[in-house]
Design a protein around this ligand. Structure first.
Ligand SMILES: NC(=O)C1=CN([C@@H]2O[C@H](COP(=O)(O)OP(=O)(O)OC[C@H]3O[C@@H](n4cnc5c(N)ncnc54)[C@H](OP(=O)(O)O)[C@@H]3O)[C@@H](O)[C@H]2O)C=CC1
Ligand SMILES: CC(=O)[C@@H](O)[C@H](O)COP(=O)(O)O
Ligand SMILES: [Mn+2]
Length: 392
C-alpha cells in the first residue's frame, strides 16, 4: 500500500485514539493532515496535533479556540518543537470544512447525528469515508447513499466491518441473510422489571469494549443493535427480513453472512476495534500485525442465543422505523440521544429510554428525507418532543 493522507474526526475519542495508535506505529503508511474533536480534552487534542504534525486542528466548541491555541503552544514546547504550528479553526462549520478537504481517507469517529454534515462533506470531496459514526448513515439514509460512489464508504463498526470482510471479493448476489452478533450488554439475562432501577454507572460497564458514553449506553439498551440493523440494511442492500440478531456474549464472532447454498462465513477476532479501524484506513489491503488473533489452544466456550425482545424492545422498534424509512430513523436516533443524556443526567430511568424513543416515534408524522434540511428538521423536532415529554 502506498502512503495515504488521512483526516480524523473525533480524534480524542475511543475510535479516534485507537486510530492514532494504528497510525503512530506506521508512519511510512499514513500522513494525518487534520484532526477535530468536540473540546472536552484540549490538552490531548493539542498533543495529537503536535505529535502527528497536522496542518489543521479543529475544535467544535466555538468558544474554545483561544484555549486550544494556548494548549498547542504548550504541547509544542513540551515536545521541543519549534517552527510552524497547525492552523486552528473552531465551530461545527469548521469541522465540516475540514471533512471536505480532499484526502485519501476521512475517518469519521464523531458521536451522534452531528456527524451528518461532515459525512456528506467527505463524500462530496471524493475522499474514502471510514465510517464509525453510524448515526450519520442511519439518519441520512438515501441522502448519504446518493452521495457515495460504490465502495466509497468503508464500515468501521465491528459488525459491518466483519460483513464487509466476509463479502470481500464480491458474491453479494449469493447472500441469503446477514447475522449480526450482539453482546447483550451488561444487563443480558435480566427481565424488564429487573431493568427498572439499574444505574448509569452499571449501564456503562460494557462486558467487552471500552467505548464512549453514548454507544456504551446504547449497547445496554440494545439501541446500538437496532441502529446496526438499519446500518447493515443501508450498507449491504439486504432487506430487514433477512437481517437477524443473535446474542453472542463473548463477541469473538463479529458477524456472519449466510449464503444461498446454506453455507455461512463468519469473521472472528478478539473483541477489540484495532482491526476494523485499521481496515477502515487501509481498505482493501490488510496491515500487518494489527492485533493478536484468537487463541485456539486455551479451552473456552462461546454461547449463542436469541434476543429477549420483551426486555429489550429497541431492535424491533428500529426494524419498524427502518422499514418506514424517510425521516423515521432520524427521529429514532435523535430521541434516543436526548433520552440517553436525560438518563445520565438523572432525569430518566433506564427503561424510560426506549419508552421515550417509542413515544416520539409514535407521534411522528414522517416525510421524505430528500435534503439534509429534512433530516435536520426531523432531528430537531424529535429532540424537542423528547424534551417536552421529559419536562412533563
Ligand atoms: N468506540 C467504539 O469501539 C465504537 C464506536 N463506534 C461509533 O463511533 C463513533 C464514536 O464513538 P466513540 O469513539 O466511542 O465515542 P467517544 O465519545 O469516545 O468519542 C467521540 C469523539 O468525537 C468528538 N466530537 C464530539 N462532537 C464533535 C463534533 N461536533 N465535531 C468533531 N468532533 C466531535 C469527541 O470530542 P469531545 O470528547 O471533546 O466532545 C470525541 O473525540 C460513534 O458513532 C460510535 O457509535 C462504532 C463501533 C465501535
Ligand atoms: C465494537 C462495536 O462495534 C460496538 O458497536 C459493539 O458491537 C457493541 O456491542 P453490542 O452493542 O453488541 O453490545
Ligand atoms: Mn458495533
Amino acid at each position: 500500500m502506498s502512503m495515504r493522507t488521512v483526516t480524523i474526526l473525533g480524534s480524542t475519542g475511543s475510535i479516534g485514539t485507537q486510530a492514532v495508535e494504528v497510525i503512530r506505529a506506521r508512519p511510512e503508511l499514513f500522513r494525518v493532515r487534520g484532526i477535530a474533536a468536540g473540546g472536552r480534552d484540549l490538552p490531548l487534542l493539542a498533543r495529537q496535533a503536535v505529535e502527528l504534525d497536522v496542518e489543521h486542528v479543529v475544535v467544535a466548541d466555538e468558544s474554545r479556540s483561544k484555549e486550544l491555541r494556548d494548549e498547542l503552544a504548550a504541547a509544542a514546547t513540551a515536545a521541543g518543537r519549534t517552527g510552524r504550528l497547525p492552523q486552528i479553526a473552531a465551530g461545527a462549520q469548521a469541522v465540516t470544512e475540514l471533512a471536505g478537504v480532499r484526502v485519501d481517507v476521512v475517518l469519521n469517529g464523531i458521536t451522534g447525528s452531528i456527524g451528518l454534515r461532515p459525512t456528506l462533506a467527505a463524500l462530496r470531496a471524493g475522499s474514502t469515508l471510514a465510517l464509525a459514526n453510524k448515526e450519520s448513515l442511519i439518519v441520512g439514509g438515501p441522502l448519504v447513499q446518493a452521495e457515495a460512489r460504490p465502495g466509497q464508504i468503508v464500515p468501521v463498526d465491528s459488525e459491518h466491518s466483519a460483513i464487509a470482510q466476509c463479502l470481500r471479493g464480491g458474491r453479494a448476489a449469493e447472500v441469503r441473510r446477514l447475522v449480526l452478533t450482539a453482546s447483550g450488554g451488561p444487563f443480558r439475562g435480566r427481565s424488564r422489571s429487573e431493568l427498572e432501577h439499574v444505574t448509569p454507572q452499571e449501564a456503562l460497564r460494557h462486558p467487552n469494549f471500552a467505548m464512549g458514553t453514548v454507544i456504551t449506553t446504547n449497547s445496554a439498551t440494545l439501541v446500538n443493535k437496532g441502529l446496526e440493523v438499519i446500518e447493515a440494511h443501508l450498507l449491504f442492500g439486504v432487506s430487514f427480513d433477512a437481517i437477524d440478531v443473535v446474542v453472542h456474549p463473548q463477541q469473538q464472532i463479529h458477524s456472519m453472512v449466510e449464503f444461498h447454498d446454506g453455507s455461512t462465513i463468519a469473521q472472528l477476532g478478539p473483541p477489540r476495534m484495532l482491526v476494523p479501524i485499521a481496515l477502515g484506513l487501509s481498505w482493501p489491503d490488510r496491515l500487518v500485525d494489527v492485533d493478536t488473533p484468537c487463541d485456539w489452544m486455551t479451552a473456552s466456550t462461546w454461547e449463542f442465543g436469541p434476543l429477549d425482545e420483551e426486555a429489550f424492545p429497541a431492535v424491533r422498534l428500529a426494524q419498524h422505523v427502518g422499514r418506514a424509512g424517510g425521516t423515521y430513523p432520524a427521529v429514532y436516533n435523535a430521541a434516543n440521544e436526548e433520552a440517553v443524556a436525560a438518563f445520565h443526567g438523572g432525569a430518566l430511568r433506564f427503561t424510560g429510554i426506549v419508552e421515550l424513543v417509542a413515544r416520539v416515534v409514535e407521534e411522528h408524522r414522517g416525510g421524505p428525507a430528500r435534503h439534509v434540511e429534512d433530516v435536520l428538521a426531523a432531528d430537531a423536532w424529535a429532540r424537542e418532543r423528547a424534551r417536552v415529554a421529559l419536562s412533563a
